[in-house]
Ligand binder design. Structure first.
Ligand code: NAD
Length: 271
């Protein structure tokens, strides 16, 4: 049965990529709604116009309730406030939700995840297969090297990104901290300046670059005395995230209500 997908944030960088990826997907999926900001000039415009291709028969809409009621599943890449609102609509309509939004406040994150009590929610700060495999490699590296190595996480993204460090960098920090029995909130250092003193052993440092059109680079360095291991992932196109989100939607449609992530979708969870 063809899966009818709605995209929220459809005119954004990820939204456009999703429209393209759905049209070209190897899965049996079809675009059935494209949600944009309430004040968007695109409301009523055919999505094909934005992509410079033929008419898709689907017009951009700002009416979340009406748009989501007609889809089988929603894929949402909007800013946090809109993502929380759209999730509430999914709950009221009992629609599963794939969410890529990052940068939630602690309150928003809690409110957002609560929706998984009612609907199937797949939330990931990074939908690429390579990054999700990297999480597994990081856990292994931390378990073996973590006691002797200093761990630093660096990331680089395009100039338009509004949150830092990236959700993926934080997720990598959580994986590493978890493997070492450390609490990331207690050991994370977000940037250094001035007379910082020597590096406390248990800390996990983060550094951020924002520049140009970098799609997303992440490196975790395990630096011991005499050797250094670096695990790096570089995304060269947002298509990696869009294809992953569609794969997640195809998987999620058959799941019970609950909170899932891309590790579940790819079968990478330790049993
Ligand atoms: P963007 O700013 O290009 O796009 C967001 C879009 O959402 C904008 O077009 C905006 O107008 C629209 N929007 C705002 N309010 C809305 C509403 N109420 N309804 C519908 N649309 C609304 O940003 P982006 O680069 O596409 O990233 C979006 C989010 O996805 C960010 O949080 C980013 O960090 C995250 N992201 C996640 C992944 C991943 O793999 N999980 C990958 C890339 C980006």
């Amino acid at each position: 049965m063809t899966i009818k997908i709605g995209v929220a944030g459809a005119s954004g960088r990820m939204g456009r990529m999703l429209l393209e990826a759905i049209a070209a997907s190897e899965y049996d999926v079809v675009l059935s709604a494209a949600l944009v900001r309430p004040d968007s000039a695109l409301c009523g415009v055919d999505t094909g116009t934005l992509l410079g291709g033929p008419s898709s028969g689907i017009t951009f809409s700002q009416d979340a309730q009406a748009a989501i009621s007609g889809v089988d599943i929603l894929i949402d890449f909007t800013p946090p406030e809109a993502a929380v609102d759209n999730a509430q609509v999914c709950v009221s309509l009992r629609k599963p939700l794939v969410s890529g939004t990052t940068g939630f406040s602690a309150d928003q994150a809690r409110q957002f995840r609560d929706t998984a009590q009612t609907i199937a929610l797949c939330q990931a700060s990074n939908f690429s297969t390579g990054v999700n495999l990297a999480y597994r490699l990081l856990a292994q590296a931390a378990a073996i090297l973590g006691a002797e190595a200093d761990i630093e996480i660096s990331e680089a993204h395009h100039r338009h990104k509004v949150d830092a460090p990236s959700g993926t960098a934080i997720a990598m920090g959580e994986v590493v901290a978890g493997a070492l029995g450390r609490n990331l909130a207690e050991v994370a250092i977000y940037g250094r300046e001035g007379h910082t003193g020597e590096r406390p052993k248990e800390t996990i440092g983060f550094s951020t670059v924002r520049a140009g059109d970098i799609v997303g680079d992440h490196t975790v360095t395990f630096a011991a005395v005499g050797e250094r291991l670096e695990i790096t992932h570089k995304a060269s196109s947002r298509m990696a995230f869009a294809r992953g989100a569609i794969r997640a939607a195809v998987w999620l449609i058959n799941q019970q209500p609950g909170l899932y992530d891309m590790q579940d979708v790819l079968g990478l969870k330790e049993s």
